[in-house]
Design a protein around this ligand. Sequence first.
Ligand SMILES: Nc1nc2c(c(=O)[nH]1)N[C@H]1C(S)=C(S)[C@@H](COP(=O)(O)OP(=O)(O)OC[C@H]3O[C@@H](n4cnc5c(=O)[nH]c(N)nc54)[C@H](O)[C@@H]3O)O[C@H]1N2
Ligand SMILES: Nc1nc2c(c(=O)[nH]1)N[C@H]1C(S)=C(S)[C@@H](COP(=O)(O)OP(=O)(O)OC[C@H]3O[C@@H](n4cnc5c(=O)[nH]c(N)nc54)[C@H](O)[C@@H]3O)O[C@H]1N2
Ligand code: SF4
Ligand SMILES: [Mo]
Length: 717
Amino acid sequence: MPKEIKYRTCHLCEAMCGLQIELDRGEVLSIKGHKEDIYSRGHICPKGVALKELHTDKDRLKEPIKRTANGWKKITWEEAYDTVEREMKKIRKQHGNNAIATYTGNPTVHNAGTALTLYDTINAINTKNRYASHSMDSVPVFVVNQLMYGHAMLSPVPDIEKLDYFLIIGANPIASNGSFMSTPDIRGKLKAIQDRGGKVVVLDPRFTETAKKASEHYFISPESDVLLLLAITNEIFKRKAVVSSRVLDFSDHLDQLKQLVEGYTISSIAPNTGITAEQINHIVDDLLAHDNSVLYGRLGINTQSHGTLCQWLINCINILLGKMDEPGGLMFTLPAIDYVKLMAHESKMFRYKSRVRQYQEIVGEFPTATLAEEILTEGEGQVKALLTIAGNPARSAPNSALMEEALGALDFMVAVDMYINETTKYANIILPPAVGLETMHYSFVLHIIATRNTTKFSPAPIPISDKQRYDWQILGELQRRLFSGNSLQKIKNNINSRIHPRTKLDMALKTGPYGVLGGRFMKKDGLSLKRLLEKKEGIELSPLKPVFPERLFTENKRVDLVPSQMAEELRKLPDWFSAQEAEQFPFKLIGRRHLRSNNSWMHNLPMLAGGSRRCTAMIHPDDAEDLGIVDGEKILVSSPIGSINIVAEVTDHVARGVVCIPHGWGHESQGVGLQVARQEAGINVNDIVDHRRVDPLSYNAAFSGQLVAVSKMGSRA
Ligand SMILES: Nc1nc2c(c(=O)[nH]1)N[C@H]1C(S)=C(S)[C@@H](COP(=O)(O)OP(=O)(O)OC[C@H]3O[C@@H](n4cnc5c(=O)[nH]c(N)nc54)[C@H](O)[C@@H]3O)O[C@H]1N2
Ligand SMILES: Nc1nc2c(c(=O)[nH]1)N[C@H]1C(S)=C(S)[C@@H](COP(=O)(O)OP(=O)(O)OC[C@H]3O[C@@H](n4cnc5c(=O)[nH]c(N)nc54)[C@H](O)[C@@H]3O)O[C@H]1N2
Ligand code: SF4
Ligand SMILES: [Mo]
């Protein structure tokens, strides 16, 4: 068989790069960026290239395994499913539906098979105990979108190709490749802003990879963003600089917003932020002086104690600047499969509360920060069994020691995952899916938050063996076997679970906004799966266009500038700041991402391993000197819930009083089957992040700003 070239969109991060894969009899010879790809134009990063090694990784499971007293044992799929069904039903019978919890991780968002089947499977299980990585990542955005625009998923995206002033707060897109802003080659796009004479400005407690390429960077104190954003809003009102705009015309409560922010002057908040009043005034001057200014806040904003307030203010400021739903501002997509519209009936929140902490449900999910307590706290409604799908909460959740204790205390656990890692090692059964180049791809979710409307389908480049199963097959089987409901629903569920994802995809494309059946008349050149298969480089649909007020999901078709929850939370803010106890724990913790790492799960690929020091505690030289710490020595970093020993990296790339440690590491623990990752195991930072630190409006885990103490090893009593 001759060598062949196949094309597939990379699913690893949000950038959706087109890959060109050279194969020889199923063996991957090379992976390069696909130059003709209409979106990525040949862009690729090292993770995309490493898909070759994910394919050949010897530690990757291909058949189900069962944990026994003598270690893991391979079993057939039938035996695995039978065991899962029997054990789960036993627990359900004894303790009720809510005794089964589900946890779905970040890759479920990136995987076409899970995107198409996941919610049907979880709905079939019919439990209130649903958890996901969203509650450690994006729920502040969901809450703000819901309360302001009527739909959790209706997310504004920076119109990056037209901006001339881009204020990036708490995001490092050059390392992360962008988030809630799905676009390839961020580095090139930020450079283009500057080449057009515009500015890229970064507010971050660390001088990040993005900051290095920016026009200006300011070291902001962790968790002080809310004060800064309040002061910027106030300053815009004070300068009478509110720009009248179409969106402002159908927005409510402008006067209330003005009143709420009134006390927050730049001079009064500046000392808390680490940025001088003069610098903040300069930022406001620039924001107002440019035509196409946008504020964008991402993970560093979401994972702090006031993530929702911050995201709300960011939206308000963009509206006050006249930049919401306008070209050169923030825009909304209209994807080929309009997930936002399709999911409108699911976009609900605050309907019921979790048992132990009384945290509200957000879009049907409870916060992962409280999952361990729901497992460990006895009483009616206690979680006894867990199904994890593409998640590693033993590394990703705050207070991971408590999470591991909880995983160990379950009566039964099943994991849909291809690795034996820190989480799945606690499972009774692991059901491993085919992954990466073995799977087809369509970026359902990411097209909602893309910077252009495009569409592309990738068939699987490499076939699987008879012994393997796809995610969607595994989830379909669980959907049938774990179904709980009446007999009519059961028939529907059975039929639904057997529809091939390609058929679902084809129907969704055909009936979507650009589909052959997408309007009142048949459109000859409308979209269908067949049409996408003919266009491996993808299809450009349309530039982002203004969509409000038609696309607003609020009942009155208006934007609420001041949802009551925000006003109420704002009143508590001064007390929160004065209650921050710093004496015993004088440092603030922040995280970081590395281009050659992906949360916790790509450390087993040799191409991505090694290189510069990646899992270190960055600390400022002046702080290090005060504590007698030298670069490269092991130090103790402790919080009220635990401590870790980790190598210090003394660098003026972090602000004073800040310690920066990446997450997703700590692969040395017993029973973890990751041979490569084990050699550069790193330290698990979530052992010192308190799970009780959550944003009170969305319950998102507050990883940033955790108070910690730092000392030389052996120097603390
Ligand atoms: N290479 C790589 N890419 C990834 C991932 C990965 O692990 N590796 N993960 C993916 C995932 S799951 C996500 S959600 C996205 C996230 O992508 P981004 O949103 O770009 O997130 P980070 O790269 O973590 O950058 C967050 C920044 O916030 C800063 N920060 C921390 N606390 C504060 C604070 O209080 N205030 C301010 N202003 N800044 C603060 C941190 O220093 C950091 O630079 O990346 C995705 N892409
Ligand atoms: N301290 C701190 N903690 C954090 C963060 C932080 O910045 N700082 N970031 C948070 C964020 S933004 C996120 S999104 C979460 C991530 O939290 P999680 O999603 O729980 O963690 P991941 O490390 O992404 O784990 C992904 C799992 O999916 C498996 N997997 C990969 N691909 C597939 C697939 O195709 N199918 C299946 N079935 N499994 C697959 C991997 O083997 C791995 O076990 O972590 C959060 N935790
Ligand atoms: S930037 Fe993201 S999508 Fe592109 S190759 Fe890298 S991991 Fe894949
Ligand atoms: Mo994330």
